[in-house]
Design a protein around this ligand. Structure first.
Ligand SMILES: *[C@@H]1O[C@H](CO)[C@@H](O)[C@H](O)[C@H]1NC(C)=O
Ligand SMILES: *[C@@H]1O[C@H](CO)[C@@H](O)[C@H](O)[C@H]1NC(C)=O
Length: 199
């Protein structure tokens, strides 16, 4: 039987070895501590005007228009195999976000990004999109949604992983529910309820 190396060293030397290795790792930390990190500093959050974190809920309707002369959602990569789940297909989107389910209702912003068929076993999308808002004080601010969207489920939850402008430091989640799907055209209207923590 092969005896492990440590077992053959007398206990007293083993202790010395451990102490020595601890000391050398402290020395390493000391040396690293002397590095100048001038490019990074601790900062008071008041300097960025970050006061109290708030939770906002907003509801909007996401229009995936794939048909007609002016689609907002365009297939850019076809599924390379003959996968029944269209694995590998990618669509770029610039989808209108409106206040009501009707496309003619107030435009709140646009969902820009892409979705990709990311499952070989189910009909599930990887969604990567920025909601770019255009109304009032939110004009120009964005939140970023990155998540898994199993589109045939009634409710799909996806994380909000960040934001810009009024949504700096944003985090949260969205719940997506299909409002209308038109099989003959492939167009879809999806209700998004967004729950976002931000300052
Ligand atoms: C298409 O699917 C069939 C059966 O599922 C499989 O035998 C075949 O190899 C596939 N072809 C390609 C190009 O993936
Ligand atoms: C939003 O901002 C853009 C660019 O700054 C500006 O052109 C536009 O008029 C603004 N829209 C609203 C509704 O304030």
């Amino acid at each position: 039987m092969q005896v492990p190396t440590m077992a053959r060293i007398p206990p007293i030397f083993a202790t010395q070895l451990i102490v020595l290795s601890l000391l050398s790792s402290f020395a390493l930390i000391l040396v690293q501590g002397e590095d100048n990190h001038d490019f990074v500093r601790a900062m008071d959050r008041d300097l960025l005007g970050l006061k109290k974190e708030k939770l906002s809920h907003f509801r909007l309707y996401w229009h995936d228009i794939v048909s007609g002369k002016n689609p907002s959602s365009i297939g850019v990569v076809k599924s390379p195999g003959n996968s029944s789940t269209f694995f590998g297909a990618v669509s770029m989107i610039d989808n209108p976000l409106t206040e009501k389910p009707e496309l003619s209702s107030k435009l709140l912003g646009r969902a820009q990004g892409f979705y990709a068929l990311a499952s070989q076993h189910e009909f599930a999308l990887l969604m990567a999109m920025n909601f770019h808002f255009v109304q009032g004080k939110y004009n120009g601010s964005t939140i970023t949604v990155l998540g898994r969207n199993q589109v045939f489920n009634e409710v799909r939850e996806m994380p909000v992983i960040g934001g810009s402008g009024l949504f700096r430091f944003a985090r949260g989640y969205v719940e997506a529910r299909t409002h209308t799907f038109t099989p003959s055209t492939g167009d879809a209207i999806v209700e998004y309820n967004c729950y976002v923590l931000h300052y």
